[in-house]
Design a protein around this ligand. Structure first.
Ligand SMILES: *[C@@H]1O[C@H](CO)[C@@H](O)[C@H](O)[C@H]1NC(C)=O
Ligand SMILES: *[C@@H]1O[C@H](CO)[C@@H](O)[C@H](O)[C@H]1NC(C)=O
Ligand SMILES: *[C@@H]1O[C@H](CO)[C@@H](O)[C@H](O)[C@H]1NC(C)=O
Ligand SMILES: *[C@@H]1O[C@H](CO)[C@@H](O)[C@H](O)[C@H]1NC(C)=O
Ligand SMILES: [Zn+2]
Length: 488
């Protein structure tokens, strides 16, 4: 038995010609790890912080660096201009261009388009980083640096996978849509997708978003996101702030009205109290229920990490469903209310309460808006207040859900099994990625989120990192995925 194993291992090392191509590609990737990390170091070194107007040149530099890499791989790159950004104060800085790239064009092969972003969240050593955020630092198997996980490392992994496959044959046509303004809401991008639907996207079969992370150390594929509908409730009781010594007791106060209204929205178990809000939620199927049982998720650790007193439910399955397949309502803040330390005795004249509802299939944004308005108007009328109350629905993005049995998903699942020797966790995320539902609506293509970030990468926080393991095995995952996709 032992000698047989030995013999097989020996053949693997010496008998290159008899190896399956996937193994050769994986070996190539392992052998080029150092270069991949070096590239990531170069990318991380560019402070492409899209929230800082002073860094616009860095965004452009980052775009050019990615352009160079794609061209090196033999791709063609168009830098699509998006025009200017409209800031609140009237300034209109130029937006960085978007990369629309294409590698190889064989009409007989499928075409997959990868979307990712090259900009990052702000980061400074003083924020509590253990090492310079823009100087890639490896420690205990993790590569620390802003953008390592979100999202430079993930894009590079795809590009490195393409390079490894090119040593043999690129099994599908690959396109890239890479932007540098994702962290500030992708201004101009949606319009570009619409404009290019009948050109750049016309021959695209699949869209893969490489900007997501696993919820455990087990690889996962994301097939759904929640939408979000954001509301403001404004209550005004006077034209000027009042003193409680002079006016307390003779004025029905705006803040009391607002807090009363906010208190009618959700109960202590997270159940939304707005009539009809759950009516459209898709019923839970047996098949879907089974998915939650399989998912690995350490919610107890999450509870400890954030010092959460208690969750609303006690089982993993119920908590996963509550945070991804059911709606939730969160109260975010009150503008105009006294919030500084100390004991000021003001009666605010005008306050604005802010809350949002995470939407799930098949909740309709306009129906939700009406339900919220009707509920709050009724409650306010019951209170019999003379104050002015106004509700605004400031923004609403749709939920997105895909079918995990589509060919794109089957290819992703097979690739995960090949590289990690485990079944993929199929997850839905509770957050909102507006570009996903927009891609879906405009292009009508099959879309999947296949990311390689780990559960504790701290994408927007201090000490962001990606594990070397995720980066390298993730590169293999993308390579295996492209091969699997060729046979769909
Ligand atoms: C406008 O706002 C931006 C972003 O907050 C700021 O960087 C810029 O200096 C402002 N411009 C002017 C003219 O105030
Ligand atoms: C990055 O960090 C390493 C190790 O601390 C240091 O030697 C190097 O000079 C730093 N590079 C830059 C560009 O700051
Ligand atoms: C985008 O193009 C596809 C064909 O590739 C078409 O089916 C779809 O209707 C188009 N979308 C819009 C919004 O025109
Ligand atoms: C925490 O919440 C769960 C689910 O609601 C409940 O069963 C449990 O008793 C709670 N534990 C404590 C300590 O409050
Ligand atoms: Zn991201």
């Amino acid at each position: 038995m032992i000698s047989l194993v030995f013999l097989l291992a020996f053949t693997t090392i010496t008998g290159e010609a008899s190896l399956a191509p996937a193994d050769q590609i994986f070996q190539y990737i392992d052998a080029h790890q150092h270069e991949y990390v070096q590239r990531l170091r170069e990318w991380v070194a560019i402070e492409s912080d899209s929230s800082n107007l002073l860094k616009r040149q860095d965004l452009i530099e980052m775009i050019h660096l990615a352009e160079e890499r794609i061209k090196y791989l033999g791709g063609t790159v168009e830098l699509a201009e998006l025009g200017v950004q409209e800031l609140h104060n009237g300034t209109t800085p130029r937006l960085p261009p978007v990369i629309l790239a294409e590698l190889k064009k064989d009409p007989k092969k499928h075409t997959v388009c990868f979307y990712g972003h090259l900009d990052v969240q702000p980061a400074r050593l003083e924020d509590g980083w253990a090492s310079e955020p823009y100087n890639l630092t490896e420690k205990d198997g993790s590569l620390y640096g802003r953008g390592t996980s979100d999202d430079k490392g993930q894009i590079l992994a795809v590009l490195n996978a393409v390079e490894a496959l090119q040593q043999y044959e690129l099994p599908v046509n690959v396109k890239f849509l890479l932007e540098a303004m994702e962290e500030v809401g992708s201004p101009g991008l949606l319009k570009l997708v619409e404009e290019r639907n009948s050109t750049f996207f016309s021959d695209v079969d699949y869209i893969v978003i490489t900007d997501s992370s696993w919820i455990s150390n087990k690889p996962s594929i994301t097939y759904g996101t929640r939408g979000n509908s954001y509301f403001l409730i404004e209550v005004e009781c006077a034209k000027k702030d009042l003193h409680s010594g002079t006016f307390g007791g003779i004025v029905p106060e705006a803040t009391s009205d607002l807090i009363y209204l906010l208190s009618t929205l959700v109960d202590s178990s997270g159940h939304i109290l707005i009539p009809g809000i759950y009516d459209a939620v898709a019923p839970l199927t047996e098949k879907e229920k089974k998915l939650y049982e399989k998912i690995e998720w350490d919610f107890k650790k999450l509870k400890d990490t954030f010092g959460i007193r208690n969750f609303t439910y006690s089982t993993k399955e119920e908590l996963l469903m509550r945070k991804s397949r059911y709606p939730s309502l969160s109260i975010h803040g009150i503008e105009g209310a006294f919030s500084a330390p100390g004991t000021k005795t003001v009666i605010p004249a005008r306050v604005i309460g802010k809350f949002s509802i995470r939407l799930v299939p098949h909740m309709d944004r306009s129906v939700v808006k009406k339900q919220v308005m009707d509920h709050l108007n009724k409650k306010f009328a019951e209170r019999n207040s003379p104050n002015h109350m106004e509700i605004t629905n400031v923004q609403a993005s749709k939920p997105w859900l895909s079918d995990t049995d589509e060919p794109l998903y089957l290819a992703g699942r097979k690739a995960i099994e090949k590289v990690f020797h485990t079944e993929a966790d199929l997850t839905r995320i509770g957050g909102t990625i507006p570009i996903v539902s927009h891609f879906q609506d405009v292009t009508g293509k099959s879309i999947m989120l296949l990311g390689i970030g780990g559960p504790d990468d701290a994408p927007h926080g201090q000490n962001e990192k990606i594990n070397r393991y995720n980066f390298i095995e993730g590169t293999k995952l993308y390579a295996a995925f492209l091969q699997e996709l060729a046979s769909t």
